[in-house]
Every structure is written in C-alpha cells, then in structure tokens.
Design a protein around this ligand. Sequence first.
Ligand SMILES: [Zn+2]
Ligand SMILES: [Zn+2]
Length: 211
Amino acid sequence: MSTLLKHFKPNTFDCSQFMHNILATIAKAIVLQIKDKITRKISSQKMETHASDVPQYWRIDRQINAETAHLLVKFVEDITSSKFTENWANAVKTELANTIMQLAHFVTLNSSSSSNLIEPSVADAVSRTAQSLKTSQFWLSVASLALISDPKWLEFAPLWRTLKARRSQEPDPLCENHDDGQTLAHFRCEVCLTNLCRECFTILHLNKTKK
Ligand SMILES: [Zn+2]
Ligand SMILES: [Zn+2]
C-alpha cells in the first residue's frame, strides 16, 4: 500500500473513500468501555453488536485481529507524519477532522441545518448519544479520534472553523455554580445543562455516597 501512495496524488484519488475504508476496518477492532450512569455497570461494546446501518461491503461478519488494526494505525501515522508527501498528510488529516466533526454534528446540531446550533434537552441529549452508538458513523468517528494525535488537525475541518469563529464572538462561559462573574467554566454538562469550572464539575458529579 505504501508504494502505491507514492504513485498517486491525493487530489487524483478519492481520499475520502480511501480513509473511510481504513477507518471502517479499524472500527471493527475497537472495543469501548461504556458506563451506565444509572446502574453504574461497565460493559464492553463493539460496533458489530450496535451499529445497525453498516454497509455490506464492510464485511462486519469478518473479524479483524488486533495486529492488522495496529498495522493500519501505523500506516495512517506514517501518512500524517508526512512520510509520503505533505499533500497526503494534509488530505488524511482533513478526512480525520471531518469524520470527528460529523460526530459533533450528530450529537449537538440540528441535522437539517448545519448553521443552527440547537441546545438539546436532557432526554434529547441522552437519547441522541445512545442513538449515535447505533450508527456506523459514530464508530468511524471513534476510530478517527484514536488516530488524531494533535488537536490542531481539527482546523482542517470547515465545521470546526465555523464553530470556532462563532465561539470567539461569544464571551467565555462562566461557572454557573460559582456565579461570581469571573470564574471561567471548563465543562458543560449536557445532563445538568450547566457550565461548570473543573472544581464544581467534580464536586457536583460525585457519587451520592462520597458527597
Ligand atoms: Zn465553579
Ligand atoms: Zn451534570
């Protein structure tokens, strides 16, 4: 595969489909540890048991071993570290960034319009997150997250740049629990629907037994 890359330029090649196939293969090997907030049970989840819209050509019935997945991860790392050409590195970083941003789109944005940021309700946020596990897109995004080694790569995604530009026009969110008009929030809890600083986030989300 490496010799092939030297003979192709990313612009003469469907880079999106190329990365899609690599990510799909890596996604098959991913095991997520998911914690149920209510029962507090941790379970291992795989794409094959969750996603219901996996295209047939992904051959979900065929397992992929960890060794093959690692070879693919190494291959992507070689491309992004400019081992081939800078064009290839940038094309692949763009694909990874776009795939991650599709997940953000799925969870927080109104699917009918990318320019409308819709604040989801608690039930909506929870159900959308649970719903997203059932999509192959979610698993592709997780595979991309595993491959991105610098948050700066997100700059390659147009959606990231749009959201960032919008964010920079808004004042920095403050911690709603401190409520002192100056402590900055570091997190937004989609369940409590509050912006919180690191300290308040930890304290307000402790187990009942530890409070
Ligand atoms: Zn606070
Ligand atoms: Zn919360």
